[in-house]
Design a binder for this molecule. Structure first.
Ligand code: CU
Length: 213
């Protein structure tokens, strides 16, 4: 009996590894500028594809009078915690349609959790510190990630099949790539390159000018 289960487990493990596909996405702007913080969301064209379970918890920290990370990519239904790592208080809010909220003045001892249950872009600010700025991209698709500083992100263990791949960036302008189709094959890696248009002056999160600012 035990041996039977062992064989069954090994077969399943082998099957999932053997049939997994990999999607490698790179994002550039202009002639060849690598674009980090671009959110890539992946939508299976067939509802029958067995997608990886979405991650349903994430963190948007307040540290050194900044948000960390600047861009957070989550799937719909993700609960995000907002820990304050600073020794002073923050009052984080958003006026964005997918999630309007305000976390009343709170310090390190408060655990704030917000459920993001509608897709869209949620811009964050702090009523105390004007320099603080961040974005939560809430994707309606189950697989979502963001590019690193080299403009790359890799999705492993996707089931083979057809997909729509979408890109979003806080500074994007119309006229660049926003969606591409791809067919992933078992045991193969596929590459997609997006060329986006970004506003010349990028929005950034500046550190506070100095104490008492
Ligand atoms: Cu603050």
């Amino acid at each position: 009996m035990v041996r039977f289960f062992l064989i069954l487990v090994l077969c399943c493990a082998f099957r999932s590894v053997a049939s997994a596909a990999e999607l490698r996405v790179s994002v550039t702007a202009g002639s060849d500028e690598a674009v980090g913080n671009a959110v890539i969301s992946v939508k299976p064209l067939s509802p029958n594809l067995e997608m990886p379970e979405p991650v349903n918890a994430a963190v948007m920290a307040q540290q050194n009078t900044m948000f960390a990370p600047f861009v957070l990519a989550v799937a719909v239904g993700t609960e995000v915690t907002f820990p304050n790592m600073d020794e002073f208080r923050h009052q984080v809010y958003s006026f964005s349609k997918p999630k309007r909220f305000e976390l009343r003045l709170y310090g390190q001892d408060t655990t704030n959790k917000i459920m993001f249950d509608k897709p869209g872009v949620v811009a964050l600010g702090c009523n105390i510190h004007d320099n603080m700025l961040a974005f939560i991209y809430v994707s309606e698709h189950p697989v979502v990630g963001k590019t690193d500083e080299s403009g790359d992100v890799v999705f492993s263990n996707l089931p083979p099949g057809g997909y729509e791949v979408h890109v979003w960036h806080p500074d994007e302008l119309r006229g660049g790539d926003d969606m591409k189709m791809v067919t992933l094959r078992a045991d193969e890696a596929s590459d997609i390159a997006f060329s986006v248009k970004l506003r010349p002056v990028r929005r950034q999160q500046q550190p506070p000018a100095d104490e008492g600012y």
